[in-house]
Design a protein around this ligand. Sequence first.
Ligand SMILES: Nc1ncnc2c1ncn2[C@@H]1O[C@H](COP(=O)(O)OP(=O)(O)OP(=O)(O)O)[C@@H](O)[C@H]1O
Length: 250
Amino acid sequence: MRVDDLSLHAGGRELQHGLTFDVRAGEVLAICGASGCGKSTLLRHMIGLQTPRQGRVTWVAGGRERDVHGDDPPRREIGVAFQAGALWSSMTVGENVMLPLELHTDLGEVARERQARFKLALAGLPDAATFDAEPASLSGGMRKRAAIARALVLDPPLLCLDEPSAGLDPLTSARLDDLIQRLKTDLGTAIVLVTHELDSLFAVADRLLFLDVEAHTATALGPPAELRDHGPEAVSEFLTRGGLDRRQAA
Ligand SMILES: Nc1ncnc2c1ncn2[C@@H]1O[C@H](COP(=O)(O)OP(=O)(O)OP(=O)(O)O)[C@@H](O)[C@H]1O
């Protein structure tokens, strides 16, 4: 994915401008910055949910370029799990995970169920009973995993995760990091990860994009350890002290 000169606005004010970067095949790209700098807004622009006033987001694959906000957006190619998990409460977990297969494929019921159970197991929910459970009966960590299973069910080459470990205990959060690593190494999935968690960031991210809340633009892009040791002061301070490293605070 290529992002060119993108501006982000919310409630009539500019959050960010001049955002230019790419997401490479098979990498984990973390998006960081202070609360309110526009990380979730950027994610919504990258998946085509919000249209930019300025700039472009392009899906580049197989020698073709498609505008994410154009007539033929890459919907099947991008899996998304939002901050709150966002499972449909009127459906069972299994029905939630099978939904994209119903909407986007011709697979029959048996194949859909097999695929959904496989993705639930991959996301760390192998218990057969989980498939028929109501989302409300699951723990917060399990709901996040189910949402990731749904985001993965179409085998997208890109997965976008908005604060997957927010509100989770340290162990569950570390398990999510393992899952992200496995998706990257076993499936070759590229992952864009919005996170505040330093442990998680250093464990899984190949590169980090830092959105500065005061400069209203990205002030760093590179490997986390490199930016911590040699990046701009605000970035290195964020990566050293974090301020929002909830796992250490807990
Ligand atoms: N639809 C909207 N209308 C008005 N303001 C909005 C809207 N969406 C977001 N904002 C504002 O835009 C700013 C950026 O929001 P966003 O959720 O993208 O930030 P963030 O960096 O992801 O923050 P956090 O780390 O706290 O989740 C916030 O001040 C938010 O209140």
